[in-house]
Design a protein around this ligand. Sequence first.
Ligand code: ATP
Ligand code: MG
Length: 657
Amino acid sequence: MTAGTNAPQDSTYPVPERLQTGKPTPYVTSFDQYKTMWEESVKNPEKFFGDLARDTLSWSKPFQTVLNGSFAQGDVGWFLEGELNACYNCVDRHAIAQPDKVAIIHEGDEIGNVRKITYRELLQEVSRLANVLTSLEVRKGDNIAIYMPMVPEAIFAMLACARVGAVHSVVFAGFSSDSLRDRIQDCGARVVLTADEGRRGGKNIATKRIVDEALKQAPTVEHVLVLRRTGSDIPWTSGRDLWWHEEIEKARPYSPPTNVNAEDPLFLLYTSGSTGTPKGVMHTTGGYLLGAAATVKYIFDYHPNDIHACMADIGWITGHTYLLYGPLLNGATTVVFESTPTYPNPSRFWELIQTHRVTQFYTAPTAIRALRRLGDQWLEGYDLSSLRVIGSVGEPIGGDAWQWYNQMVGKNQCAVVDTYWQTETGSIIVSPLPGATPTKPGSATFPFFGIHPQILDPQTGAVLQGNDVTGVLAISQPWPSMARTVYNNHNRYLDTYLNPYKGFYFTGDGASRDKDGYIWIRGRVDDVINVSGHRLSTAEIESALISHPAVAESAVVGGQDDLTGQCIHAYCTLKPNIENEAGLEKELSLQVRKVIGPFATPKRVYVVADLPKTRSGKIMRRILRKIVNNEQDQLGDISTLADPSVVPMLIDKVHLK
Ligand code: ATP
Ligand code: MG
């Protein structure tokens, strides 16, 4: 492996003034302090996390064993013997201490359609729903499917499951009936919680119809609890379907929480499927909650009175950890956003930040790039001065998008946290800390507490020591919020994460550690391209393309090449109002050559109208790779694509020339 063939961008940004001298003072105020804490956390995880778990969570029965098991055995468990209830930790203890504090701000699809829910109200709502679940004979350990729009009741639903010890499996309500059916079949849910319709971007979405379609082949489901969201006419199966409001009305507004073991499952969640069939990742209660709470405190630097706005849907892990569990565990006010970044116009996020005086804002590179593409005028006149920490997650954020986010949204006064993690890691594992870490645009920087990352040689599995190394990213010791298994398929869990490099958790992502020790995520290992012995990360080539003024988004994949082994194929979309003029593809190719070097010159550049994305906004490079390699008859599962119609368009573009 040649180190440094693709030297990263290297400008370092100090901790912004506001985080150095402003109020509130961050929890960690220097890089040295961070390093000391990190070292303690990895040298003596039992002490570090034992103390943290006692301070952070309320236990109905204390744990005695902090950590048991290992990667080698695939049997990791945390906080054994301990018992607790996730809902009690998120709701009850705050409802008792600060009942009138707003727990949830719901920003509806239409501007001005705002609903606020205090912790007292949240406890009542969740309790009622928990009692309804109990009346439907939902018991500890049962799997419950949730297929709901972004309304507060979706949060009540997740918490109500946790309250009775049931295991929620939230399915993003943009998924098709087939995807929903597969997920319900996989987990054998007995109850589904849904709504008549959803509202998004001014349109109604036929949520209940999709559920009905899915349930034609999901015989385990006995009851469907239907929230009335729009009031439109919907099909009804009597006996099976129940109206949410009718059931709630009969229920008592308090229900005692069911305490569970720290290692009992809290939820199942299917990965986004950008690399293959989705996996039903299982998280347990104690460790997951600790990871969620600790990262909100340290990485978002949450302080009392902050308004935490995570724009992810509850159908993704980011929505689970940073919209619901993490903020509520900290007693925060969390924003539930029902609409889209561009409805009714591309100022929607900025309007939301201004209206609610948001302090922490969290979104994905795909949204940042889309908004950058639409132009800076949409930010003009908005007061974003409440913001302290702005975060990014989901994909590598190229230097250009990072700069735009920092300048236009953060006004150079916010901590930009590029947070690297996965559904399987449960919470963020690599990220700057707002008051402590000097950042480099495009680098997720340093590991969170308890995370010991290693860069391995992909072929031999040897640990690459020191700085200035590139390889695959692995973690060398267990951390509390890691997934414990893949539902009903522990072998797949072992084969995907623990067997590829014995003794390590394998992330599946390529990474470098630069000369200063900063970690740069290079994207999926499958996405690293080897051209004549040069290992190139697709993320870096994409970043070079996006620095061209005409380019909005780009996706780079490797094609087979008899001469060089692999060669580079680059797909680009253009900013609005920019025409695909003759010579542009050539010019973009030269751009890569100029920024990275002649060896990185793409073999082909395709200017296209759109890229294939998962419903969480990730580019499905697997499809792009198959198309350039003439394997379009083997595209695999494309049901998780947001818009499958882009596929034939891309095939034409690549092959009809
Ligand atoms: P599947 O595992 O089914 O293919 P997925 O990996 O897309 O789906 P997620 O768990 O939502 O599902 O995504 C995790 C992946 O997202 C990481 O492995 C990494 O590739 C990418 N990622 C997340 N955050 C970052 C980040 N800050 N920088 C770079 N890459 C990131
Ligand atoms: Mg993954």
